[in-house]
Design a protein around this ligand. Sequence first.
Ligand SMILES: Cc1ncc(COP(=O)(O)O)c(C=O)c1O
Length: 396
Amino acid sequence: MFDRVEMAPPDPILGLEEAFKRDPNPAKINLAAGVYKDPDGNTPILGVVKRAEEQILHDETSKSYLGIVGAPEYAAVIQELLFGANHALVSSGRAVTAHAPGGTGALRVAAEFIKKANPSARVWLSQPTWPNHANVMRAAGLAVETYPYFDAPANRLAFDALLETLAQLPEGDVVVLHGGCHNPTGIDPSPDQWAAIADVLAARRALPLVDFAYQGFAEGIDEDAAGVRALCDRMSELLIATSYSKNFGLYNERVGALTLVAASQAAAEAALSQIKSIIRANYSNPPAHGAKIVTTILRSPELRADWEIEVAGMRGRIHQMRRRFVQELAAHGVERDFSFIERQYGMFSFTGLTKDQVHALRDRYAIYIVDSGRINVAGLTEANLPILCAAIASVL
Ligand SMILES: Cc1ncc(COP(=O)(O)O)c(C=O)c1O
């Protein structure tokens, strides 16, 4: 059987990561993969994570299985992070949360749930979006469509075109929205735009699936949840896939969650029972360690306060690097207007570099950027900025 199996195409971003590792150039720069980097170019373990792990190591008495949807304490802290303290959705029992292995795991469980609940639903993805969205949806057997998102010449949200497309959706179709720090554009809807999107989706009776992988990286933990909360205020059903890879730096612990909001407690419980049967047939039950870290931090007022400081540190560094990048490009004589980069959020922005320019950067300067011209702003450091900006000036 295996003799007939053909090579699958490599993942474009992870393939670049491997090429970067093999590159012997000591001045190489990696702006491809989506991990946070500190001023020295490392992806550190947060101090609060280390402290929580010490506590867990000391207190833990068993490695027995978790339940299929994980620990109830984890679901509680995740819901509070999403909706804020004492939200009516939580007290009414309309929100249920399943712990999943990373944001990707949560998206896959969501996709299979959609396929079960409404097999003919189509899933609408922003154009462009994180490439794995289409993979995950198609793997669950769902048909994928796209809605306009990026106005490239103006470097802003293509809001009118977006709304026009959403206004024509048939009932029951699903719309994937990035909860904040849109990957790859760095462009998020304003509060008014979120409200308008929610109104259109409610009128069309379409289902939002919010992919929320960067809470805290745009403006603040609570501030960044404004989009999700606007949807909750205006709609009776939604799905939210969250990831704690970035804001807790727990990339390899695979910690995320799928939260479902239904119109009633009974509907939420029925949906959760279906989600359980999906998880049981996939990975049976989730891995404990990462979720225990998140729970320990969020339940301790002291650790939580320190976590907020560390998230603010990451957010501040990203904003700072955005400003410095624009300044440094100008200092290298680049005349093109890159100021939009300062106005965007999260780890990613489109530079507007062409595929040829991206390849020239890789071949001539060992600077690794994905072909679309998307850069990970968190990969910028004071040390590599002058090298990068000189190289960009030369390829432009
Ligand atoms: C938009 C978006 N969704 C989901 C994920 C996946 O997160 P995780 O690593 O927790 O699976 C990422 C990670 O890069 C992302 O950018």
